[in-house]
Design a protein around this ligand. Structure first.
Ligand code: NDP
Ligand code: KPL
Length: 318
């Protein structure tokens, strides 16, 4: 199968480079961030390291949407939630999307699949989540965090419980790429399981400006995590959303994942530290919204969402 990556950022490079190098498939990258596209063209590829080591340039094909003439079988979208509407509109205007194509995304937060469904038929949408950590340190400069083979991701169809036969080839390519795909039936429970995880780790690491390994040094983390998970699970259960992990599994995962990805600054911090808006409204804010819609106030998530916005605003004084 041939793949088109929309958003040559941290995760776009991660998926594209691993598919190209490990699964041996054809991959094209589409990006709108000019310094990034121009840097790739100057270097002849993207500079890739793993846990700060073995940095090398991987040759890739990169295009602005308006330049692209190819026809991938699957689009893989990795933009920040706040950028997605504009990106999809620009890509559609450049006539990139075709009825026969599938589309996959494992962005954090919620709301992106509804936006993608404005351009693709529901049965063509493959939903994902990725417990895969990647840093974008500058244009055309990425660092794949975590040991080789530790990558884990989940996927589910947007419109059905089972995977159609032509999507199995995509799953095979993800396996060959060592991206660690696990197929589940319910996309909503799958996505919310990742949202509640990010609502603890991304948000707290961002507020205290620390890496995951530093965050987990504090012995009170499991207790803080339990409070946030309990509220999120209570809201989801009232909304009829059943997560694919139990509350205890999520709490345990905060500890194990934070140790495994100890040098990683979660993607929310990567935005925060560069003065950009964060995805907090799509993570803690989304949990709070589900709660409110079902007569349940997620007091801690509402407070934490405000705290992150306060911290965003206060950056101007630092
Ligand atoms: N990174 C990770 O480890 C993980 C991320 N995710 C999710 O995947 C999605 C994509 O995230 P991710 O790949 O991290 O994001 P990116 O690395 O793609 O960053 C998003 C965009 O921000 C802008 N940008 C990035 N770095 C800079 C910089 N140094 N200076 C100026 N602009 C910059 C660029 O667009 P522009 O110029 O248009 O602003 C870029 O395309 C998100 O939903 C995220 O939550 C999920 C799992 C893990
Ligand atoms: C890698 C991980 C899982 C850390 O929370 C993530 O989703 C992110 O950085 O946004």
């Amino acid at each position: 199968m041939k793949y088109g990556i929309i958003g040559a950022g941290a995760m776009g490079y991660r998926y594209g480079v691993m598919l190209q190098e490990n699964a041996g498939v054809e991959v094209d990258f589409i990006d709108t961030w000019e310094p990034n596209v121009e840097k790739v063209r100057e270097l002849g590829g993207v500079s890739v390291a793993r846990d700060h080591e073995n940095r090398r340039v991987v040759p890739i094909n990169i295009y602005y949407p308006e330049e692209y003439q190819g026809h991938p079988d699957v689009w893989i979208i990795f933009k920040k939630q706040m950028q997605l509407d504009e990106e999809l509109a620009r890509d559609a205007k450049a006539e990139l999307f075709h009825d026969d194509q599938y589309v996959f995304s494992a962005m954090n937060g919620m709301g992106h699949f509804e936006k993608i469904a404005q351009y693709f038929a529901p049965e063509k949408i493959i939903c994902g989540t990725a417990m895969i950590a990647t840093r974008l340190d500058g244009p055309a400069d990425v660092d794949f965090m975590g040991e080789k083979g530790a990558e884990v991701m989940h996927l589910a169809m947007y419109a059905s419980k089972s995977v159609p036969s032509n999507v199995t080839e995509f799953i095979t390519d993800l396996k060959k790429a060592y991206l660690g795909p696990i197929v589940v039936e319910d996309y909503l429970g799958m996505c919310m399981s990742k949202v509640v995880f990010n609502a603890v780790v991304n948000t707290l690491c961002t507020m205290f400006e620390v890496q995951m390994g530093q965050f987990i040094e504090y012995e009170g983390v499991p207790q803080m995590a339990r409070q946030l998970f309990d509220e999120a699970y209570d809201a989801c259960e009232r909304a009829g959303i059943y997560l694919i992990e139990t509350r205890q599994e999520e709490i345990d995962s905060v500890t194990t994942t934070s140790h495994a990805l100890k040098y990683h600054y979660p993607s929310m911090y990567q935005d925060f530290s560069k003065g950009r808006p964060t995805e907090v409204d799509y993570i803690n804010g989304y949990i709070a919204k589900i709660g409110r819609e079902h007569d349940y106030v997620c007091r801690t998530h509402e407070f934490v969402t405000q705290q992150v916005h306060l911290a965003e605003l206060m950056r101007k004084y630092h």
